[in-house]
Design a protein around this ligand. Structure first.
Ligand code: HEC
Length: 346
């Protein structure tokens, strides 16, 4: 959390030092313009749809994973409103913007309605947009079974608003969901019971032999023709095995047994990939792993070396796969040109 706190709040100085409060806020017209653009773009790519509409979800997640209209800071935190807690005390999960916008944000539909609020205590501007949660998608479309906790699943089902907190550069650095907005645009909504979660099964194989959650696998993030798939898989597996030896995922998973205020998730390929630089830094300087009391835990130097070696190999492969991806037309372009061909053929 220390490293993360520095990264997130180095710019949002007001949060750490309330005496700087006066200089943080953006001019109101600028915030209004930003809010209106954000809300209308979200509603354009992820409009209201029935809450189990898989095609609407795919189209939304395809658009959001490529979207550049979301002015995120380099790191973001996501979780429930927890209105009475200051940000430092809220239980939130840390994400790279890329993971948040491609895996989490698409789970919501947007109506285009928005409002602005100001958190006087922390002197932060907040853009609130109306949003409802897609609760009827197949299990593998959620980055992990949110229903591992009945309270969490319920909080998602009753949510009707997403709040984007702006730092003083006008970047979004904290995003929360809450139920103090309006349900007027929600339409028909029924509680869903997914198959009961089996303890610690954050990854599983479904009845068709497909690994799940699909959205957290490299196949969701990279095109099928990316030549790095196999090496990515191999380097990830080696890294995951060394993390297992150091019990990293025992703490870094959604059930958050250590009650971290800002949780780092490492339990799936895409989550681990997004944290790989942080992992290398934490292990290199001996901050991780820690023990149940939060004290640095000395590990066998061989294990430490093996975590670092496998983490670096995985990181290098990710970089190569990313580079290949950005040198190629994106999936949407490929898909739409295929559509065009199909249309022409007809
Ligand atoms: C006993 C529980 C536990 C274990 C085991 C553990 N961690 Fe952590 N980890 C934590 C807690 C708690 C934090 C929050 C940091 C803090 O406030 O000190 C954290 C923070 C982190 C962070 C984020 C740090 C930041 O501020 O950016 C990373 C990355 C991380 N751990 C990686 C690992 C890796 C890799 C392993 C295995 C080698 C591991 N952890 C093992 C409990 C654990």
């Amino acid at each position: 959390m220390r490293r993360l706190a520095l990264k997130l709040f180095a710019t949002a100085a007001a949060v750490l030092t309330p005496s700087l409060v006066a200089q943080a806020a953006m001019p109101r017209p600028a915030i209004e313009e930003m809010a209106s653009k954000l809300a209308s773009e979200l509603a354009r790519v992820c409009p209201q749809a029935s809450y189990g509409d898989a095609a609407a979800f795919k189209s939304c997640s395809g658009a959001l994973s490529q979207a550049s209209f979301l002015p995120f800071a380099t790191d973001v935190l996501w979780g429930g409103d927890q209105a009475t807690q200051k940000i430092k005390k809220k239980h939130l999960t840390h994400f790279s913007p890329k993971v948040f916008q491609s895996l989490y944000l698409p789970l919501m539909t947007f109506t285009g309605k928005w409002s602005i609020a100001h958190d006087d205590r922390e002197n932060l501007d907040i853009i609130k947009v109306e949003a409802y949660f897609r609760n009827e998608l197949p299990a593998g479309e959620y980055p992990y079974p949110f229903w591992h906790s009945a309270a969490k699943w319920n909080a998602y089902e009753v949510m009707n608003q997403v709040s984007f907190y702006l730092n003083e550069k006008g970047q979004i650095f904290v995003i929360t969901r809450g139920d103090t907005g309006s349900n007027a645009g929600k339409g028909q909504y029924a509680h869903v019971n997914h198959e009961p979660f089996q303890k610690d099964r954050w990854l599983w194989t479904d009845d068709n032999g497909q690994q799940q959650p699909e959205v957290t696998l490299f196949s969701a993030r990279y095109q099928g023709s990316n030549p790095h798939h196999q090496r990515l898989d191999q380097t990830y597996r080696a890294f995951a095995a060394s993390m297992r030896e150091a019990s990293c995922v025992g703490c870094h998973n959604p059930s958050n047994p250590q009650d971290m205020e800002w949780l780092t998730l490492l339990q799936t390929p895409v989550h681990a990939a997004a944290e790989i630089e942080n992992v290398i830094k934490e292990v290199e300087d001996g901050s991780m792993p820690q023990d149940e009391l939060g004290l640095k835990k000395a590990i066998d130097p061989k294990l430490k070396a093996s975590i670092l070696r496998t983490a670096q190999a995985f990181r290098n492969e990710l970089a190569a796969a990313d580079a290949w991806e950005s040198s190629r037309p994106n999936r949407d372009a490929v898909a739409s040109s295929t559509d065009q061909k199909a249309t022409r053929a007809r």
